[in-house]
Design a protein around this ligand. Sequence first.
Ligand code: FEO
Length: 387
Amino acid sequence: MIKNITEKIVYIGVDDTDIDLFESQYVVPEGVSYNSYVILDEKVAIMDTVDLRKADEWLENLKSVLGSRKPDYLVVQHLEPDHAGTIARVMELYPDMCVVASDKAVKMLPQFFFDTTFEGRTIDVKEGDTLSLGGRTLHFAMAPMVHWPEVMVTYDSTDKVLFSADGFGKFGALCNGGEWACEARRYYFNICGKYGAPVQALLKKAAGLDIAIICPLHGPILTENLGYYIDLYDKWSKYEPETEGVLVAYASIHGNTAEVARKFADILRAKGAEKVVVADLSRCDMAEAVEDAFRYSRLVVAAASYDADVFPPMHDFLHHLAIKNFSKRRIGIIENGSWAPSAGKAMRAIIEKFKDVTVAETMVTIMSRLKPSDMPALERLADEVLA
Ligand code: FEO
């Protein structure tokens, strides 16, 4: 797609609607966009490339926007292949063009593009460095670990545009539209979730800029009500819950633990919980379960015992939370077992490593199936989770 963002900044990104899994793990039913831009000033700068999957379409967009002009710079803000995939091809096409990137990115370039000669064709930039395009100046700010170590963002002080790399990105092809927060949240927690502190550092830098437009590397260009997006990013990166509510996530082999989880959700609702979401970890989108765990203020995990451990879908879920720095939540545990329940101990071993979480004192143990005699313990756990 080609679209003017401002008079001299043109969108030349591409939609990917036939990718099976983004980063080989995330379902993207609405696809994903690889955003890229061209700044047509006295000098011409390309802002990032796209995934090699869509290289031909992107190069067509680029050539169409350039007309008879040649690009002077390729600004590489992020080297992950969904954005950097087409660097070698575009470098070959425009031999006089220079790559502008962070020192780390310049060092990493040959790892990905060992057949391309970069000697004499790179400009390393550091925090606060600038690049004049003639009529405007680009200002570079380093954003390490948002989401790789070489990441930087770029501010165009003339049009007041922040090119934010993966920051403020969202799943979903641009042709499919869609509300921002839902898929931006799933994207953020699964892709950048571990890096709350670096995102906070970037937000502090952004707070000092007069920003009118945010141009991320995925999802829509943000032009209005920027405070809304920035506030959500601030909350998410501080690991603060966005919504008062409970995620009840269960891993059930034969349906008995599922029955307990659903009953527990009913108990929470009966006690006044406004929002209770139940996730079947064997069948739901794991990335969405992770997103919901971060979104809501409380988490209850219910799982069957398995091989003297916990049923693997729950182990997988808790592992995801652990590596994304899940923290600052109230958590309840329900285990099920038919002869030697082990799920509770296994779940607790992972949960105890989370930072700043409160684990309910009551851990409910179900022996095979939910019975009336289990109700008092479930009621007690519900009171503690909602406290
Ligand atoms: Fe969209 Fe970290 O790449």
